[in-house]
Design a protein around this ligand. Structure first.
Ligand code: PPS
Length: 287
């Protein structure tokens, strides 16, 4: 553990963003409501993209809300310090939240509710590359000594929000719940429109063709990068220094090939095969 990180029930977290007390409250006392919607991810897996998609779906494709309100106010991060006051004062229903929590730390009351969760998974090698760059520019995170160090920490499950493997296994283990939709970043890249339609069906939201087109148009990488309510340029430079690396960095799949050596990739594959052998959902890159 390092100066910036704490450990809560086996999960590493940033002391600047949350605490064991908050995580305990969220797990045991926070009351999920039936009309809540949660965007859940392991970090760097398409969280902000899903916020944009859900915000636009919620406003019938009208981009006004997403262009005038920062994404962290549109879909607050459930477990961070800043959200705790908002939870006390009450948020207007239906509440839309974002969370990076693994299933075992997610609110227990979810299991008794009809609330909907969209869980997005990204190819872990690309997730790791994205996190590596993010760690250089985000003051909440430790700067890794090297890419090799980041890779070793990933394989040990020693990164922010814990093990990627356990996170994905935990959430996908809940795949039979009717109120859980599992998506991948790669599907979003391949067929954003098709994914928007799936999400609308899951949420029971009827949008006409023109509204769906507007959701898609406003959730593209380029349009998000130009939208200061989505590109984190409103964050002070001391917190997120985008001169070091932009938040919306590349927005592609396969960038891992520019970062991993052949040996690192093989080492990664070996651990991946062992740890993911019990994966119960079909993901395109999973053998
Ligand atoms: S965070 O910090 O956990 O909330 O980060 P997160 O939003 O999950 O992930 C950031 C990466 O998602 C990419 N991104 C997109 N890719 C394609 N299209 C769109 N619209 C989009 N929006 C965000 C973003 O560029 C980060 O990936 P990298 O690989 O670093 O570019």
């Amino acid at each position: 553990m390092t100066a910036k990180y704490g450990n809560h029930k086996g999960m590493c977290f940033s002391l600047l963003s949350t605490s064991s007390e908050i995580l305990t409250f969220i797990e045991n006392e926070f009351q999920v409501l039936d009309d809540d919607v949660f965007n859940v991810t392991y970090p760097k897996s398409g969280t902000s993209w899903m916020i944009e998609i859900l915000s636009l779906i919620r406003s019938d494709g009208d981009p006004h809300w997403s262009r005038t309100v920062p994404n962290w106010d549109r879909m607050p991060w459930l477990e961070v310090k800043e959200t705790q006051e908002k939870l006390k004062t009450g948020l207007q229903s239906p509440r839309f939240f974002t969370s990076h929590l693994p299933f075992y730390l997610f609110p227990k009351s979810f299991s008794r509710s009809q609330a909907k969760v969209i869980y997005t998974i990204r190819h872990p090698k690309d997730e790791l590359v994205s996190l590596y760059h993010f760690s250089q520019m985000n003051m909440y995170l430790e700067v890794p000594e090297s890419f090799e160090q980041e890779l070793q920490d990933f394989l040990k499950g020693d990164l922010i929000y814990g093990s990627w493997f356990n996170h994905v296994l935990g959430w996908t283990g809940e795949k039979d719940r009717a109120n859980l939709l599992i998506m991948t970043y790669e599907e979003l890249l391949k067929d954003l429109r098709g994914c928007v339609v799936r999400i609308c069906n899951f949420l029971g939201k009827e949008l006409d063709e023109a509204a769906i087109d507007k959701v898609v148009e406003n959730a593209t990488f380029k349009n998000m990068k130009d939208n200061k309510m989505a590109n984190y340029s409103l964050m002070p430079e001391e917190v997120i220094d985008q001169k070091k690396s932009p938040f919306l960095r590349k927005g592609i799949s396969g960038d891992w090939k520019n970062h991993f050596t052949v040996e690192q990739s093989e080492r990664f594959n070996k651990v991946y095969r062992e740890k993911m052998k019990d994966l119960t959902v079909k993901i395109s890159w999973h053998e």
